[in-house]
Design a protein around this ligand. Structure first.
Ligand SMILES: [Zn+2]
Length: 132
């Protein structure tokens, strides 16, 4: 399974690529003064990017392709599905026809956070090499 690292249609984001980690896409605070701009937010991101590039070379993939394990992709899709359900539930909870005094905002926010938190963690990594 291949996954594009540079989804087309988000070209407006490319203008800020220089300030985002090349692996996890987190914003990077650049150091002032001379020196090369930082490309990764941390050492582990630098290593995952290196591993991914090694795997891409082994598998003759293009610069923009990445192989991830189906298990990881399925887990990500499951988390997105849970988040989609939470969003639908919270949107229903916020229906203006519902009496505001009977709404449980705290429970709705708790459910939304519970669904969103797993997605906030970077979990996509290249598949291990079969040759290893
Ligand atoms: Zn990073």
């Amino acid at each position: 399974m291949t996954k594009s690292l540079d989804p087309s249609g988000i070209s407006s984001l490319t203008t800020v690529d220089a300030t985002r980690c090349q692996w996890c896409r987190s914003p990077i605070a650049q150091r002032s003064g001379a020196g090369r701009p930082r490309r990764f937010c941390c050492q582990s991101c630098r290593q995952w990017d290196w591993v991914a590039r090694q795997r891409a070379t082994e598998l003759a993939l293009s610069e923009d392709e990445l192989v991830i394990a189906r298990k990881e992709l399925d887990a990500l899709r499951d988390q997105v599905y849970v988040l989609r359900c939470a969003i639908a539930d919270v949107e229903a909870d916020l229906d203006p026809s519902v009496d505001p005094t009977t709404r449980d905002f705290k429970a709705a926010l708790k459910w939304l956070l519970q669904a969103a938190k797993p997605l906030a963690q970077d979990q996509l990594h290249p598949s291990p090499s079969r040759a290893a």
